[in-house]
Ligand binder design. Structure first.
Ligand SMILES: Cc1ncc(COP(=O)(O)O)c(C=O)c1O
Length: 350
């Protein structure tokens, strides 16, 4: 604390990201990264972009917006790009979610949302997931200015079908609905195809998970033009160049290498299914995940005990000491080998 702090800084409760260990040999299943490398075409594109480091990057990242637009069959001016989807979400909070009525999001969800509410002074209400940890769209029938849902939800991994999102949009024509699709590529249905019909929908996605580029920091939003314009206005009042020229080149190559994307995603989905089976056999209840992680609790061991025991065995998973979920572990789906080491470590403990 210091007398130089702006008043708002005193009241912030910053987000705590998952640990990035320094030592080698750790099985790192705690931050939902992709266990496979990005496409070799990404690495080649980044290498050739180094020629342009002397220059400022394109502030509009037009090549990337065009590549994303072509991939998702929208217009380039319906795409906004930012430095990771966290930044896209932050701009969304500032540009579109500061209203008198509260923003609604689930009680168990991505823990950055309340942090942004603190930073941008957004009023919010948490809507409890049902007893099976599912989002029930009927529970969102209450006064609000906007609704924010990750789909699949994090950390549960449970997804809503596109029909349910469309019903939510239809029930709330005068409220913005933001769908955070950070994990959608691992088996859930994207809401992007609903953007043309719904002016109240903003879909946010990331290159960090299914495209294995968490370190490059690229995220994007797709929505009708007036929503994108609001994000651009905030971005151009904050940082004209959120994506550097290496990130733009790498992300374009990642979007263009669809074969790599499909193949690595398929491996992860297959590993998820074997991981669920192995955990269930060891006495875990595993929520039905369509993400690149599973959320599971053991019938007789506490979450804290399991997380600590795994750490001793050099396996990192994520544990949240929070009401309703303190007994769960969030386990990123790794390679077959990493999942095997996790299962061996659990077997050794129970
Ligand atoms: C639900 C959700 N949304 C957004 C993000 C942010 O991802 P990034 O900033 O890497 O794009 C994450 C990261 O874990 C997440 O879990």
């Amino acid at each position: 604390m210091s007398r130089f702090w702006s008043p708002v800084v005193h009241s912030l409760s910053p987000y705590v990201p998952g640990e990035q260990p320094k030592q080698d040999g750790i099985v790192k299943l705690n931050t939902n990264e992709n266990p496979y490398p990005p496409s070799p075409r990404v690495l080649a594109a980044i290498a050739s972009a180094t020629d342009r480091l002397r220059l400022y990057p394109d502030p509009r990242a037009s090549r990337l917006r065009e590549a994303i637009a072509a991939r998702y069959q929208v217009a380039p001016d319906e795409v906004f790009v930012g430095n990771g989807s966290d930044e896209v979400l932050a701009h969304t909070f500032q540009a579109l979610l500061q209203h008198d009525a509260p923003l609604l999001f689930p009680d168990i969800t991505y823990s950055f949302y309340p942090v942004y509410c603190g930073l941008y002074r957004v009023r919010y209400q948490e809507v409890p997931l049902d007893a099976a940890m599912r989002v029930q769209i009927a529970d969102y029938r209450r006064p609000c200015s906007a609704i924010l849902l990750p789909n699949p939800n994090a950390p549960t991994g449970i997804a809503l079908p596109r029909d349910a999102i469309e019903a939510l949009l239809a029930e709330h024509p005068d409220q913005l609905v933001v769908i955070d699709e950070a994990y959608v590529d691992f088996g859930a249905e994207s809401a992007v195809s609903l953007v043309a019909r719904h002016d109240n929908l903003l879909v946010v996605q990331t290159f960090s998970k299914s495209r294995a580029l968490a370190g490059l920091r690229v995220g994007f939003a797709i929505g009708q033009r007036p929503l994108i314009e609001a994000l651009e206005r905030v971005k151009d009042s904050f940082n004209s160049y959120p994506l550097d020229c290496l990130a733009i080149a790498g992300a374009v190559a990642a979007i263009e290498d669809d074969a790599w994307f499909r193949e690595t995603r398929q491996h992860i989905i297959a590993s998820r299914e074997s991981l669920v089976a192995a955990l269930s056999e060891l006495g875990f209840e595993v929520l039905p995940s369509l993400a690149n992680f599973v959320f599971a609790r053991h019938r007789s061991r506490s979450g804290a005990e399991l997380a600590a025991g795994l750490r001793q065995r050099e396996v990192l998973v994520r544990h949240f000491q929070k009401p309703r979920i303190a007994d769960y572990l969030r386990i990123t789906v790794g390679t077959e080998e990493q999942c095997g080491r996790l299962i061996a470590a659990v077997r050794n403990m129970i």
